[in-house]
Design a protein around this ligand. Sequence first.
Ligand code: ZN
Length: 241
Amino acid sequence: MSDAVRQWIAAAKHLVVLTGAGMSAESGVPTFRDALAGLWAKFSPEELATEQAFRADPQRVWDWYVSRREAVAAVQPNAGHAALAAFQSRHSGRFALITQNVDGLHQRAGSVHTIALHGALSEDRWLDSARACCTADSIEPGRPPRCSVCGNLRRPSVVWFGEQLPAPELGAAEDAAQHCDLMLVVGTSGVVYPAAGLVLSAHQHNARVVMINPEPTELDRVADACLRQPAAVCLPSLLRA
Ligand SMILES: [Zn+2]
């Protein structure tokens, strides 16, 4: 099966790779729920990852994200991330990477132009629409940082529960899914929107779909091949020069 997939990769005019939490877990990034341990065990995701929670207690939510940033800073991209970055450097004209992960491990491994559907843990932005006073110079450090003029808060630049995905990224991802002839779906069960929609979109536009995941997934039924391996094992083997 891997040999066939290798041939499909070699022949693909537009290859899209869609990655999810399984890839990060292989690097030791705690899943959202696993991270709700220790000091944070008494909170639910809704108490830490919604706009409402942030407005109610900005310091608590900011501190939670600081702890998540620290957890991510302590781990390294794995061989799967590295294989994708190396492949992109050789085949940039026919390659697009879409990720549901916010940890920045693809970028740290060297991937560029990554379509990050759920934002970036390492970045923050204004909570309310930026006013004229809200500039990089007006940011006053704190938990969270705020505009020294109007008090507008900085918030993590990730998609919280109940929020829309960023339209430019979602549009770019849908465009890539519709125009690829091969999609590799790595480390995601595919039940969470928008992964399922992107995979079905590629499938409906006659792309081959390859699922790379240690466990069976909901999307296996539309897959042309299912490789039940961790990304850090499978991707270096599939994508080597
Ligand atoms: Zn301001």
